[in-house]
Write a protein that binds this ligand. Structure first.
Ligand SMILES: Cc1cc2nc3c(=O)[nH]c(=O)nc-3n(C[C@H](O)[C@H](O)[C@H](O)COP(=O)(O)O)c2cc1C
Length: 221
């Protein structure tokens, strides 16, 4: 009789331990899911994201945007734009680009003092300076097309995500280049190409049809 009670008690105790373990793992899984959904989604391998806009729509509807709302641009979005930038082609796949991300309002506010067409810069949420690294370029001068491809990818990706931006150039102006080099402590081998201010647009710019058949030459000039 005593043996029977003992066995029953052991069975109940075992059941309680199993329930406890199941409960604990459920709580652990729930906290992990909550933590994961709170964190910005940053994918480091594979294709990071897709947007609802197809490639041709992005190309044809992109316009320069110089007026931005107060809505913040998340770090995850900036990371995605940098991933888009680094998906661009480069000569011999040297990836001769470098990027400086600026959120500091004080830094942004100084740019119009040496750039005559940059008064929109201090009003953006975040800006990406696209630079070329002359120590990495395939042949002298390749940092320019390499960086330009990256900058264009940023502009198109930003537009496809509902953001606005504008190519605000440093190259080929020596005074603007000197100004941003000093402001950001850029080493001599880092060439600033353009700054792309980003934010959610408060202006809507219409599609422009710029196709001009006179610009197209077939077979020879
Ligand atoms: C190489 C280059 C340099 C540019 N520099 C500036 C600039 O310094 N400041 C500015 O506000 N916009 C600048 N822009 C933006 C052009 O003004 C703009 O792309 C052009 O007017 C066509 O308009 P869209 O971008 O809306 O199609 C530049 C664009 C390029 C490609």
């Amino acid at each position: 009789m005593q043996k029977k009670v003992f066995r029953k008690m052991m069975g109940l105790a075992g059941l309680a331990v199993i329930c406890l373990l199941l409960g604990a793992s459920a709580v652990f899984a729930a906290t992990q899911t909550a933590a994961a959904s709170d964190a910005p989604e940053i994918v480091t391998t594979g294709i990071p994201a897709t947007s609802g806009m197809d490639t041709l729509s992005a190309i044809f509807t992109r316009r320069s945007v110089r007026k931005y709302s107060d809505k913040p641009v998340s770090d995850a979005t900036v990371k995605l734009l940098l991933q888009a930038a680094m998906a661009a082609p480069t000569a011999k796949n040297t990836q001769s680009w470098e990027f400086v991300v600026i959120r500091d309002k004080n830094t942004l506010a100084q740019i119009p003092s040496f750039h005559p067409f940059a008064k929109h810069i201090p009003t953006c949420q975040v800006a990406i300076v696209v630079c070329g690294n002359t120590k990495l370029e395939a042949t002298k001068g390749h940092w320019i097309p390499d960086g330009s491809n990256a900058a264009m990818n940023i502009l198109l990706a930003a537009h496809s995500l509902g953001l606005g931006g504008v190519w605000t150039t440093f190259y080929p102006y020596e005074d603007r280049t000197a100004g941003i080099r000093k402001l950001l402590n850029l080493p001599e081998h880092i060439m600033p190409l353009t700054i792309i201010p980003l934010g959610y647009p408060v202006e809507k710019r219409a599609y422009q049809d710029r196709f001009n058949p006179a610009k197209v030459h077939y077979e020879k000039w």
